[in-house]
Unconditional design. Structure first.
Lengths: 323, 300
């Protein structure tokens, strides 16, 4: 029974189920679901670095922010259609990740974390102060929705709201991103990243150019964070300097840790749990950070493998008992 | 902004340098503790900024309670520093200690969790308004120096910074405990094998670091308003300082504070809108060229 449950392809199933959230007819559910799907992608992209390559980036929000500003500026100021503005987010963030990553992968451990943080703060400072391009402190409100009129002609999905249509597009795009990332981590390249995480010296010894592989992983993670940012700017109806601030980086780190760094879907689960919890708790109390901090401490001490890690451990224990 | 071409007034430059130096001394108080804790415990303590903020609130609270006592500001300062030192001791003993064996990420996120929790605790206790403390009665005036007005309180801070640096240096280099602390920074296992109580030493270092954070928080109250968010603001600055100077390096932190203060103070003149940018860029350049900082040593 448990064996069979564990073999169900939960990830793809959930993505298919996510498609029917707008059918519930609640504006609120669609809102939360869009948030979860986008942040899930952001967290999974970070896990490519932390969970798979063993690089703790404390500035992943930089690429999220760059993606958001790229799409936002292109769509709002230059009237570029979404089909071009969306990939541009990945391109812009990927280029930034290539430049910053070139320097970051030269450092290890805590220094790597510090330099990623420094670069992210530079990005934030630019977004915060460059009024002419980024709108400065006020950010850039009123990013238009992509032109999705054609979706009204679709059967079943046709008579949904514009936000529902954008949600459906988001689900499809994020599912594609997940599929790509899944392929990447399952490929020989992905295996090498894990080798680097486990033992960089030995990886170097068997002829792997550790720095180059780390840089490639950094760029890929940056691209997908940028794509998530591009979607988020539209979903949020505006892009703000906070997107690149270090607290955003720690937020996505917490999601990753909460869900579990040891599995591919873990960070997405973390995003789901954290965002739903946020929605629930902020309706009772304004002290959300207090709750978040407490949850974080409980996880650090009691469930270092995150939710998915704890579930996996539970499944193993049950299996042992049945065997 | 200064008009291009003409040289700015020297007394103006002097004033700018002095204000940068005062800011640097405050930063040094905070960054010294951060750097000490990192140097010995190898923990990058995000909650250091929260301790600083709580120190400020605590000092405010004591000043309120002791409304008529003479010298209340100084009592408040000492009380806040000791209170925060005790808080640091409790946190290290009960929680942080159990994470030393785990990856750095866990320690980092633990201290970040403290930032979240303590920030909300301060909001709950003291609200979200701006609070302020007046300058201690003896230091309300100002002195005229090369055409610049320098408040006595700032002068006091300018002298206190180097005094604390010196005291620190004496403790680190001329006492037995200081030798242990320096040894722990180099090789904790060897020190433990030689029979030194390393766990106790760690607690002690964390307490001293927290004491400095609390002291800095209390001393800053007469020149800065106390608001929620000052924790996050200062920790970013202190990080930049210790990274520039060298994580764990004592004189590096001192130098880093001065560099930071001057870059910020003159950066405003050169690129008025991008002064924050200039310090982050400086930090990135230092990390790229000398990741261990200006005066630090490479970690093994």
């Amino acid at each position: 029974m448990i064996e069979r449950l564990a073999r169900v392809p939960w990830g793809p199933l959930v993505m298919v189920a996510a498609f029917f959230v707008p059918a519930l007819g609640s504006r609120f559910y669609t809102f939360v679901a869009t948030d979860v799907v986008i942040m899930g992608l952001f967290a999974v992209s970070l896990n490519l670095l932390i969970g798979y390559t063993g690089l703790v980036s404390f500035g992943h929000a930089a690429y999220f922010g760059i993606g958001a500003y790229t799409t936002g500026i292109l769509m709002k100021k230059l009237g570029v259609p979404f089909v071009l503005a969306f990939p541009a987010a990945g391109l812009g963030a990927g280029l930034a990740a290539l430049v910053f990553g070139f320097f970051c992968v030269r450092l290890t451990k805590i220094y790597f974390a510090m330099l990623t943080l420094a670069f992210a703060q530079i990005v934030w400072a630019i977004c915060f102060k460059w009024n002419d391009v980024t709108g400065g402190e006020q950010g850039m409100p009123e990013i238009p929705y992509p032109a999705l009129d054609w979706m009204q002609r679709l059967p079943f999905f046709g008579d949904f709201r514009a936000s529902d249509h954008f949600y459906l597009v988001t689900v499809v795009l994020v599912a594609l991103c997940f599929w790509t990332l899944r392929r990447i981590v399952g490929s020989p390249f992905g295996r090498l990243l894990t080798t680097i995480r486990e033992n960089p010296e030995r990886a170097e010894f068997i002829g792997v150019s550790v720095r180059r592989y780390e840089l490639i992983a950094f760029v890929i993670a940056g691209i997908f964070a940028g794509l998530a940012g591009g979607l988020f700017g539209i979903f949020n109806r505006g892009v703000f300097p906070d997107f690149a601030y270090w607290t955003k980086s720690s937020e996505v780190l917490i999601m990753t840790l909460l869900g579990g760094m040891g599995s591919f879907w873990g960070p997405a689960v973390g995003a789901l749990v954290l965002l739903v919890l946020n929605q629930q708790i902020t309706s009772y109390t304004e002290y959300w950070p207090f709750v978040l901090g407490t949850v974080l401490i409980v996880i650090l001490f009691a469930f270092p493998g995150g939710i998915v890690g704890a579930l996996a451990a539970g499944v193993t224990r049950l299996r042992m008992r049945h065997a | 902004m200064v008009s291009s071409g003409a040289l700015p007034d020297p007394s103006f430059l002097f004033a700018q340098a002095l204000s940068g130096l005062t800011a640097a001394m405050f930063l040094f108080l905070i960054a010294a503790g951060l750097s000490l804790i990192f140097g010995v415990l190898r923990v990058l303590n995000f909650s250091h900024g929260s301790f600083y903020m709580l120190g400020a609130y605590l000092a405010y609270q004591v000043v309120q309670w002791a409304a008529t006592t003479p010298g209340r500001f100084w009592w408040a300062t000492i009380g806040a520093a000791l209170g925060i030192a005790a808080l640091g001791g409790v946190v290290e003993r009960l929680l942080l200690r159990h994470l030393y064996a785990k990856e750095e990420l866990y320690q980092l996120l633990f201290t970040y969790a403290l930032v979240l929790i303590l920030g909300d605790v301060a909001k709950k206790l003291w609200g979200t308004g701006q609070l302020s403390v007046s300058r201690p009665p003896g230091l309300t005036g100002a002195v005229e120096l090369f055409g610049t007005r320098l408040p006595y309180y700032n002068l006091f801070i300018l002298l206190l910074g180097p005094a604390i640096a010196l005291a620190f240096w004496i403790v680190l280099h001329r006492t037995r405990t200081g030798r242990f602390i320096r040894a722990a920074a180099l090789d904790r296992e060897m020190l433990g094998a030689l029979g030194v109580n390393v766990t106790g030493l760690y607690t002690g270092v964390f307490v001293i670091g927290s004491f400095l954070a609390g002291l800095g928080g209390a001393l800053v109250t007469p020149v800065k308003t106390i608001v929620p968010g000052m924790d996050v603001e200062i920790i970013v600055e202190a990080f930049i300082v210790v990274v520039i100077g060298g994580l764990g390096s004592f004189w590096g932190t001192f130098l880093g504070s001065i560099v930071y203060g001057q870059v910020l103070s003159f950066g405003i003149l050169i690129f008025p809108r991008f002064s924050i940018f200039s310090v982050f860029a400086l930090m990135a350049v230092v990390l790229i060229v000398r990741p261990w900082g200006l005066l630090g040593r490479p970690l093994r």
